[in-house]
Ligand binder design. Structure first.
Ligand code: PRP
Ligand code: GLN
Ligand code: MG
Length: 502
């Protein structure tokens, strides 16, 4: 679940892109990058690490130019080499750079055709590099010396015809402008906004509206599924629907976990959706367990707080912050490798004993995926003196892989896979476990925008909207992306990046 941003302004955009990426840091903690364009020349800096670690002051000063794009990465394809940090660059045609959020599902087939027919070299295992080369090829096919905006939109249409999966993308065309586009299912979020200045309007494209808020841009709207937005370097804005087929199906997990609560995605306020998740879960508890003996509701920070607060209100049970989060530890779920994730839960969360001592506590999390957090946190609650430890998840059991940009490829790693709810309860060591029902989750989110007919809920339901996911595909992903295979690839397959500067 990477974060992407692009800005066209009347002054240097380096600092603003840095700030935008910092605001989007929760979407990717592994690598960061910015590329700017100054008089047709590109300046690129990217590496593994958090935004604050990747850019030194002297590098920032070199990122000159009034337009640029940036990326924070959470790998869902390829490996963790800094060579796969984004934005990616190809020189032909025109000098293109690209930042991508999502995951393609026909990468291998595309790679083959790119090599055999389009005669393009792919240097990494990243699906985003493939996507950039498909776009570059389609732009090149138009054989134009001077591009028009219509040409750019034509290339996007052809990308939609060739590429499958999830992709929210920003592309910068050197000396021309910045393009944003979204796959015909609109699986990943992407918005654009405007800021009026004395010199004229400035525009920004970003994964989440919160990045626009922080930089003083007004949200115009989401990029529609299949649509493209192009902002010329001069500041002229163009939009066009570039796909004949559109079937909006945004990712449910954005609302459950990934997005910041202060973002608005597809006209749905994430914060309100999470409040409603809490209400729905409270309704379920009252329905199936009217005589509960819960003394206190305690969230597992950070993401579950919003849902837990509303759940406690609805249940008329005290809400207490029983776990304190170390503000210097990032999100554990998006860390690479189970060992690191496991260690980080303890470093990240600590219990305030008096909120647990002698009480029946209901712990709330937004989701239980591998069970890394819940297992340890229940143990901590018991050590803090809890009498009974009940656990509730604002999302249903996660039983199937996600192939659209969330790195949960291996079913055996999912604690609910092949287990009944009672078995999961036992595995995480809870006295009782309550999961949100899928219909309730959908209703909680959809109430914010009833125009959306369906969501990508594949990790709960095993229904994959792109229609190209079968058992063989899932087995292949599983073989490629289980923790051991990833660790092996990361150590053996390390590529030094092509642009390597200090
Ligand atoms: O079952 P698991 O595999 O442990 O995954 C689920 C947990 O991971 C996430 O927290 P994370 O620490 O990533 O981020 P947060 O601070 O935003 O809650 C999520 O909010 C759950 O707490
Ligand atoms: N989480 C994402 O959006 C990842 C983008 C891309 N698939 C990568 O692995 O770099
Ligand atoms: Mg969490």
């Amino acid at each position: 679940m990477c974060g992407i941003a692009g800005i066209v302004a009347h002054n240097n955009v380096n600092q603003e892109l840095y700030d935008a990426l910092t605001v989007l840091q929760h979407r990717g903690q592994d690598a960061s990058g910015i590329v700017t364009c100054e008089n047709g020349r590109l300046h690129l800096r990217k590496d593994n690490g958090l935004v604050r670690d990747v850019f030194t002051t002297s590098q920032m000063l070199k990122l000159k130019g009034n337009m640029g794009i940036g990326h924070v990465r959470y790998p869902t394809a390829g490996c963790t080499s800094s060579a796969e940090a984004q934005p990616f660059y190809v020189n032909s045609p025109f000098g293109l750079t690209l930042a991508h959020n999502g995951n393609l599902t026909n990468t291998e087939a595309l790679k083959h055709v790119l090599f055999i027919e389009d005669q393009r070299h792919i240097n990494t295992d990243s699906d985003s590099e493939v996507l950039l080369n498909v776009f570059a090829h389609e732009l090149q096919q138009l054989r134009k010396l001077k591009l028009t905006v219509e040409d750019v939109f034509t290339a996007v249409s052809r990308v939609h015809q060739r590429v499958r999966g999830a992709y929210a993308v920003v592309v910068m065309i050197a000396g021309f402008g910045i393009l944003g586009f979204r796959d015909p299912h609109g699986i990943r979020p992407i918005v654009f906004g405007e800021r009026k200045t004395d010199k004229g309007s400035e525009f920004m494209i970003a994964s989440e509206s919160v990045a626009l808020d922080v930089l003083g841009f007004d949200l115009i709207r989401d990029i529609e599924p299949g649509e493209a937005v192009f902002i010329e370097e001069s500041g002229a804005l163009h939009t066009k629907q570039c796909s004949d087929f559109v079937d909006h199906c945004p990712c449910m997990f954005e609302y459950v976990y990934f997005a910041r609560p202060d973002s608005i995605i597809d006209d749905i306020q994430v914060y309100k959706a999470r409040l409603r998740m809490g209400e729905k879960l409270a309704d379920k508890i009252m329905r199936i367990w009217p005589d509960h003996d819960i003394d206190v509701v305690i969230p597992i920070p950070d993401t579950s707080r919003t849902a837990a607060l509303q759940l406690a209100n609805k249940l008329h049970v005290k809400y207490r912050e029983g776990f304190i989060k170390n503000r210097y530890i990032g999100r554990t779920f998006i860390m690479p490798g189970q060992q690191k994730r496991k260690k980080s839960v303890k470093q990240k969360l600590n219990a305030i004993d008096l909120e647990f001592d002698g009480k029946n506590v209901l712990l709330i999390d937004d989701s239980v995926v591998r069970g890394t957090t819940s297992e340890q946190i229940i143990q901590m609650a018991r050590e803090a003196g809890a009498k009974k430890v009940y656990f509730a998840s604002a999302a249903p059991p996660v039983r199937y892989p996600n192939v659209y940009g969330i790195d949960m490829p291996v079913v055996e790693e999912l604690i609910a896979h092949g287990r009944t709810e009672d078995e999961v309860c036992e595995a995480i060591g809870a006295d009782r476990l309550i999961y949100q029902d899928l219909e309730d989750l959908i209703e909680a989110v959809r109430r914010g925008n009833r125009d959306i007919q369906h969501f990508d809920t594949s990790c709960f339901s095993r229904e994959y909207i792109t229609g190209d996911i079968d058992d063989a595909y899932l087995e292949n992903v599983q073989a490629l992306r289980n923790d051991d295979a990833q660790a092996k690839r990361n150590s053996e397959n390390f590529i030094i990046e092509m642009q390597n500067s200090d």
